[in-house]
Write a protein that binds this ligand. Sequence first.
Ligand code: KIV
Length: 275
Amino acid sequence: MSAQAEVRRITAPEIRARKGGEPIVTLTAYHAHTAALADDLVELLLVGDSLGMVMHGMETTVPVTLEMMIIQGQAVVRGSKRALVVVDMPFGSYEASPAQAFENSIRVLKETGAGAVKLEGGVRTAETIRFLTERGIPVMGHIGLTPQSVLTLGGFRAQGRDQKDWDIFLADAKAVDEAGCFSIVVEAVAEPLAAKITELVKAPTIGIGASAVCDGQILVMEDMLGLNERVPKFVKKYGSLKDHIRGAIEGYAAEVRDRSFPAPEHTYSMRKAAE
Ligand code: KIV
């Protein structure tokens, strides 16, 4: 037997079993190279539909297509070995009916090799989530601020900051939990509401802008690496890649202009002619 233990993928039931335990570390990834860098440091990689805004400069996630999610899902699965890969179902790919959601989720799982899908919405999506989970599809829920609803919400705003609104979010949490989600993203809600939701549901909550009371945390990788100038209040920048990349490009541009790049070590010489 080889001395090196085989690396095995974390599964959705293993994430579910982490409720109330060590915090679950999660990041978004859209590419093989960033997935490979994060793979052994996180438990879960989400191929978020935020890729529409982060990679493609879209104003919202609404225009993102199933094909875009499948291509980037394939890249993240190729780049990782250990983390559970979850692919976001984009707007329009699951809302029409449970059958539509099933067909498209199956495409995502078969064509990417990912271990689960994520669907936004609470009470309104619960019947669909149950349809999927009862048929062998692991589903991550997403409640609180649901960015795919931006056209009806009118913007990206923190939710549940008035206690009078809590019943809606608690009903959403209960509905997706009972529908069988293995984990639930809770986005941009006030800390006391996040605490109440985390206490209420059996699935681990993964917070983004939902405080440290959640069972795990997720951030958009490009935001926490400091690639984007404008980020939501809940993002902490752990790096300043933007400055680093600008500095590298400035160096390259200057050396091309003054002809110091390519140097002799980057240049092919002719083979010596045979005597
Ligand atoms: O699309 C995404 O990246 C997400 C996370 C921010 C939770 O849904």
